[in-house]
Design a protein. Structure first.
Length: 461
């Protein structure tokens, strides 16, 4: 859809919005200086070009995905009102849209009842889940894998909750024997299962964690900020990962970020609790809000106060455009991203210039240019990142413990010297459906650039 056509649709929607307020006395806002406005916006446009092209399929780096036009336009439309979803008197329509949209997310995970709301992102959503966990199990620790998002340890520090880091296996999933050992050594009240790590997309073995939770009496929180939407595209996943998503309805709380795979603008996270009674921990009074309606105000069940109603309007519109159904259009696009990651991983594995660290669980691929020495792997990977960007292919790097790469090299019969503690590896989030159609172009640049780099290096091993 062209930008011009999008703006035409927005203009029509604005007319519809204005028609809803025709009963008001005529009012004209103070005239804007339109020439000045044009100059300022052009300056903004110029400044914004100082970015990598996150919207383009040749951007295959961080988890940056352009919002869908339905979400982008709904967000912009709501800005003419600028609702605040803290209380009904600040955004009645958008608050109700938030409740409806969040209920649809809850149903996507198989929950018929829930307590939940939108947040500014996954960090705040996870903080609320950990805060509730500490209220339910005072003094007990929170455990998460050492590949979990840094949010969990950081928020535990802020909330003064004991935190236990659980080692991962070579696929960078939580290592269950290590979890069992930690349960023997620490008083753990909640275990965080990461459903798609932000480093490499690994999915923790949820069914085993749930089984242990039943046996050892701890709660399970699912950090599905990145991978949560794959519950709709389980058929595209490997057997173990699909099984974990099938059992997501059994966790006690979960987080999902619509501003990642959900095609929403930043920032839009969501926290959900299975037990609605946890609302009691949020209860508070306000002398000037919550007074206009007997309905539950979103501020009464959240830690954040002012929040953009625009995010709720965008999510409501997005889920109306793409209903959250198994194997629907939305899910098929997720499957394309997953397929792109599988193909790239396979090509890397078949090419002796590279070594993928493991087959991706979702749509993130982590790999290294092959070398017999850890430090040279880092050097080659950084050079490849820079040289590829010069040809408009944008990759990013990530630090990975050398022992993991060494174990994988050994499994593949590759001679390897661990002369550093970490390796700067290459990482691609292939989270755009269009990445599948552009994969040949991506591979052409990636393979040829690597060949050029290696051909100029004496002693490549």
């Amino acid at each position: 859809m062209s930008q011009k056509k999008e703006l035409e649709i927005l203009s029509l929607a604005l007319e519809q919005l204005q028609a809803g307020f025709e009963h008001l006395p005529q009012y004209e806002a103070e005239s804007d200086d339109l020439p000045k406005l044009e100059r300022v916006l052009k300056d903004v446009a110029i400044r914004l070009t100082d970015n990598d092209p996150y919207f383009h399929p040749l951007y295959a780096g961080q988890m940056l995905k352009p919002p869908h036009p339905a979400a982008r336009l709904a967000y912009a439309l709501s800005m003419w009102i600028n609702p605040n979803n803290h209380a009904m008197e600040g955004g009645r329509a958008s608050a109700n849209m938030e409740k409806e949209a969040v209920a649809q997310l809850s149903e996507m995970f198989g929950w018929k009842t829930h307590l939940g709301h939108l947040t500014g992102g996954g960090t705040i959503a996870n903080m609320e889940a950990l805060w509730i966990a500490s209220k339910l199990h005072p003094g007990k620790a929170i455990a998460a894998s050492d590949n979990a998002h840094y949010t969990h340890k950081r928020m535990c520090d802020i909330l003064d909750i004991p935190f236990v880091s659980i080692p991962c296996d070579t696929n960078m999933r939580m290592h269950i024997p290590a979890l069992k050992q930690a349960l023997n050594n620490h008083d753990i009240g909640t275990v965080v299962a990461t459903m798609g790590t932000t480093l490499c997309g690994s999915v923790d073995p949820l069914t085993e964690i749930l089984s242990l939770g039943t046996e050892r009496k701890f709660r399970v929180h699912a950090d599905a900020a990145y991978g949560g939407y794959y519950v709709l595209a389980r058929h595209s996943l490997n057997k173990q990962t699909a099984l974990s998503f099938e059992h997501l309805d059994e966790v006690d709380s979960l987080v999902i970020d619509p501003h990642k795979h959900g095609l929403l603008p930043y920032g839009c996270g969501c926290v959900l609790f299975k037990d609605v009674s946890v609302a009691a921990f949020y209860k508070h009074q306000s002398p000037y809000t919550y007074l206009c309606s007997p309905e539950t105000h979103l501020g009464e069940i959240s830690l954040e106060c002012s929040r953009p109603g625009a995010a709720a309007a965008a999510l409501w519109a997005m889920q109306r455009f793409f209903p959250l159904v198994q194997d629907g259009d939305f899910a098929r696009n997720l499957s394309k991203s997953r397929q792109a990651a599988q193909i790239l991983s396979k090509r890397l594995a078949e090419d002796k210039k590279f070594m993928p660290l493991f087959e991706p669980d979702l749509d993130i691929v982590l790999w290294t240019v092959r070398n017999s020495k850890a430090s040279l792997c880092s050097t080659l990977n950084e050079e490849l990142r820079q040289r590829a960007a010069a040809q408009n292919l944008y990759l990013v790097v990530a630090k990975v413990p050398t022992h993991i790469v060494a174990e994988i090299a050994q499994q593949n019969g590759i001679q390897f010297e661990s002369d550093t503690d970490e390796i700067t590896c290459l990482r691609s989030c292939l989270m755009k459906a269009d990445h599948l159609d552009w994969l040949d172009k991506i591979w052409q640049i990636l393979s040829q650039t690597t060949t050029d780099i290696l051909s100029k290096r004496i002693g490549y091993g």
